[in-house]
Design a binder for this molecule. Structure first.
Ligand SMILES: Cc1ncc(COP(=O)(O)O)c(C=O)c1O
Length: 383
């Protein structure tokens, strides 16, 4: 670890200490004994698949979201495919999805038999809008995947007002709040990922589907287990995609802390604002009045993003350009190339960069990162 000093605002000297892009270790350190006990308890029980821990986690996670049902599955990608199929999506249908997202959001659509139709995002929020979705609708549209990117919650109600069912891709937004409720309850169904670095992370892969619709929940439960309820009759060609008992037990220990961790993420975002980061680069705009995103990643934009990145890397601060080549330009998506350009997507792809964010990021660390960015763009070069 390197250490140096850097002059910040006149009269201020900050100790330069590298700040990691995210920190998954510190928040769970105080839970270590509880986690060890939960793991030991599953090992002792010898119940590893679809047992009491998964059932209990499903009840607790549904209650946390405010949804009637949660169905634990193997990961957030399977959650999308299974949820879409449970919503009735199949061959011949179209599903509208943003291009500026993790590749899994569109990737999950072709396995249902449906066609992904890429729509644009608002680069200021990096989420879809009712207008960008509307431009992609056709008579074949069966559903829209609204991605709550980086923890910012897409305007689900405005999209549903277009008359099309919405699936929330809430993989990055566990812990976010809106006046209308939490992600997981805002649309027909929602999907989550418990990938280890997510806001609520397992110690391996994991995912869930939430919904208030009894039929969708029932179909999702069947689809995750080979299309069968009773292991004797197989009604659908389904999947082997279950959240396992160890991961469920680990998630149950962490879930009661998710809100405090989300508060920590919001406090970190506020610390960046207080440090003056908004004078230097474009900060993410919160989608809805009164929304409280649990920033999974803190992604800012600058037309001089390469210089910002070089300065951060030089100082040893974590940073990452996640989606420089957006999904619709990935080789496997060539058959689904949109007929018109996606200017908001191109803008976001060209100018974005994730800077350090975690539930335990301190005001000092936020100031440190901000001052490093100031060295790259002293006058502020927003996108
Ligand atoms: C927006 C989004 N959707 C879907 C996924 C897929 O989740 P998983 O990695 O658990 O399959 C992820 C995360 O990896 C994601 O960030």
């Amino acid at each position: 670890m390197r250490s140096a000093t850097v002059a910040a605002r006149p009269g201020t000297i900050l100790a330069r200490m590298p700040v990691p892009l995210f920190d998954t270790r510190t928040p769970i350190a105080p839970l270590r004994a509880e986690l060890d006990a939960a793991i030991a308890s599953v090992v002792d029980s010898q119940r590893f698949i679809l047992g009491p821990e998964v059932s209990a986690f499903e009840s607790e996670f549904a209650a946390y979201c405010g949804a009637a049902h949660a169905v634990g599955v193997g990961n957030g990608t399977d959650a999308l495919t299974i949820a879409l199929r449970a919503m009735g999506v199949g061959p011949g249908d179209e599903v509208v999805v943003p291009s500026f997202t993790f590749y899994a959001s569109p990737e999950a659509i072709p396995p249902t038999g449906a066609t992904p139709v890429f729509c644009d995002v608002d680069p200021d929020t990096m989420c879809v809008t009712a207008e960008t979705v509307k431009a992609a609708l056709t008579p074949k549209t069966k559903a829209v995947v609204a991605v709550h990117l980086f923890g910012n919650v897409a305007p689900v109600a405005e999209i549903e007002a277009l008359g099309v069912p919405v699936l929330e891709d809430a993989a990055q937004s566990a812990g976010s709040r809106t006046p209308a409720g939490r992600p997981g309850t805002l649309a027909t169904a929602a999907t989550f990922s418990f990938f280890p670095s997510k806001n609520l992370g397992a110690f391996g892969d994991g995912g869930a589907i939430t919904t208030n619709d009894d039929d969708i929940a029932e179909r999702a439960r069947m689809l995750r287990f080979h299309g069968s309820f009773d292991k004797k009759t197989f009604e659908h060609v389904g999947y082997n995609s279950r959240l396992d008992e160890l991961q469920a037990a680990i998630l149950r220990v962490q879930l009661p802390h998710l809100d405090a961790w989300a508060d920590g993420r919001r406090a970190a975002a506020q610390a960046y604002e207080d440090a003056g980061l908004g004078d230097l680069v474009t900060l993410p705009r919160v989608v809805g009045e009164g929304d409280e995103p649990a920033w999974h990643l803190y992604v800012v934009r600058s037309s001089r993003v390469d210089e910002v990145q070089a300065a951060l890397s030089e100082a040893g601060h974590g940073n990452k350009v996640y989606y420089r080549v957006p999904s619709h330009q990935q080789p496997a998506m060539a058959p689904y190339a949109p007929p018109a350009p996606l200017p908001g997507t191109d803008e976001a792809a060209r100018t974005h960069i994730a800077i350090p964010m975690s539930p335990v990021l301190t005001a000092e660390q936020a100031a440190e990162v901000t001052e490093t960015i100031r060295t790259a763009v002293p006058q502020g070069v927003r996108s």
